[in-house]
Design a protein. Structure first.
Lengths: 224, 229
């Protein structure tokens, strides 16, 4: 055991590695919101669509939630070029992440929509609420309250998952760590720095999500 | 296309992939078993009360929070390089096993904890009044009721986890995804190879997911029947 930790040797690369948090964050945001919208449509198709639409939505959910993201990513990035479709690393990443996440987010939102009871809707109608008012004051608060914890969990999950993008060559936090560690050979230093960065980022994200939930939607989300 | 297919779908290649799938299952079972045990110990430590055990409680909380917030890929690399520092030529399989155990115990700790919290507090207070030790309360009152909540969540975590093990191939561990990469590197059509690997993961994951849903529905029904009696 003749390895001694030398953080000094990577000091010059620290700003470069840490600024990898930006690609990580924007990929997370784009993935999460695009997949959430797509997932909402899939959930609606499953619940309110015709027999064909709801069947197709069900198949999509089964396929995406049972496929490993990493393998899908490799399939898109390494498999498709043989068939003439060349995707850039970032395009492959976004397609794979949004496709897979849409299945999970559809299931979460379906659960939320189903948890609105018919009696509540009937009551709102009896009170003379318009459809828009029902959506705004009855359905939306209920759905957000029931799905918020699961959604914020999934947000953190997506953030951690984006590290896989490094394996097809996206230069985000983990990608930069791999690059610097293969240049300087200070692997443990680099990866422990990145690990701490992920912990800090996701703690901030959890705290922010809990606060947003409390102020905007009156959800009692746990901070940690 | 036909040429590519006949090159890939040979008996030897399929056996190779099947061996990989076996390793994927082995890694999953090791991870989830060790995770359940480790997760229980962590949850037990986190639930302790009083000043003397405070460091234990903080330690367990820190462990769970940290390993739930590091991507598995980064954990894997960290364990890999640390192992190589301590033991030259550390066997990759054990590197994967250690990182899997770290990840699984952190996630299972939360599942076990929420299961144990689902047991009504008055029961525990009553047992405390009767001077039961904490271990006996957990063993005789909490766990017999909590397992019905823990098990379905543990199975659905297992379904997620099967897919995470694909990352172990990145550390050079032989499993399903590694077998797929090896075949693609041998010059077989990567499109077909990874499509086959995807299908193999689906074949493992889907029945497990259905089993999880069945288990959840069945245990929920039994609990409700118990309420009525």
């Amino acid at each position: 055991m003749n390895y001694s930790l030398q953080f000094g040797q990577i000091a010059a690369d620290v700003p470069y590695i840490l600024s990898g948090a930006w690609p990580t964050l924007w990929i997370t945001f784009v993935t999460f919101f695009a997949a959430a919208v797509l997932g909402l449509f899939i959930a609606m198709a499953r619940l309110k669509g015709g027999p064909l639409a709801s069947r197709l939505a069900g198949i999509w959910v089964t396929l995406t939630t049972n496929s490993p993201l990493f393998v899908v990513l490799f399939f898109l990035f390494n498999g498709l070029p043989n068939w003439g479709i060349l995707l850039s690393p970032i395009a492959a990443t976004l397609i794979a992440f949004i496709a897979i996440s849409s299945g999970y987010l559809a299931e979460i939102q379906r659960g939320g929509i189903q948890s609105v009871r018919q009696a509540e809707l009937d009551a709102a109608e009896t009170l003379g609420m318009s459809r828009l008012q029902i959506l705004r004051f009855v359905i939306a608060p209920h759905v957000i309250k029931t799905t918020y914890p699961a959604l914020s969990n999934f947000f953190i999950f997506t953030m951690l998952g984006t590290s896989m993008a490094s394996l097809v060559g996206v230069n985000e936090l983990t990608g930069r760590a791999i690059e610097v560690s293969s240049r300087t050979f200070r692997s443990i230093e680099v990866f422990s720095l990145v690990a701490v960065t992920y912990v800090v980022l996701s703690l901030f994200a959890s705290a922010a999500l809990a606060l947003v939930g409390r102020w905007l939607f009156r959800v009692n989300a746990r901070m940690i | 296309m036909i040429d590519h297919m006949s090159a890939l779908f040979t008996l030897g290649n399929m056996q190779f992939l099947l061996r990989g799938a076996g390793m994927t299952l082995l890694l999953t079972v090791i991870g989830c078993t060790a995770g359940l045990i480790g997760g229980f110990l962590l949850a037990y430590a986190r639930g302790s009360k009083g000043t003397p055990t405070a460091p234990l409680r903080w330690g367990a909380t820190a462990f769970v929070e940290i390993f739930r917030r590091i991507p598995f890929l980064v954990t894997l690399f960290l364990v890999l390089y640390t192992a190589q520092m301590i033991v030259p030529r550390a066997p990759l399989f054990w590197v994967a096993v250690v990182s899997i155990c770290l990840l699984c115990s952190a996630y299972m700790a939360e599942i076990v904890r929420s299961g144990m919290e689902s047991v009504p507090a008055p029961q525990i207070e009553a047992a405390e009044v009767m001077n039961f030790s904490r271990w006996r309360i957990t063993w005789m009152i909490v766990l017999p009721q909590a397992w019905k909540v823990i098990l379905p969540s543990a199975v659905s975590y297992m379904v997620m986890f099967v897919k995470d093990t694909a990352l172990a191939s990145q550390a050079g561990v032989f499993e399903l995804m590694f077998a797929g990469k090896a075949l693609a590197n041998r010059g077989l059509d990567p499109f077909l190879v990874f499509a086959t690997v995807l299908f193999a993961y689906f074949v493992i994951s889907w029945p497990l997911a259905r089993f999880g849903r069945w288990l959840e529905a069945r245990l929920a029904r039994r609990t409700h029947e118990g309420d009525r009696r």
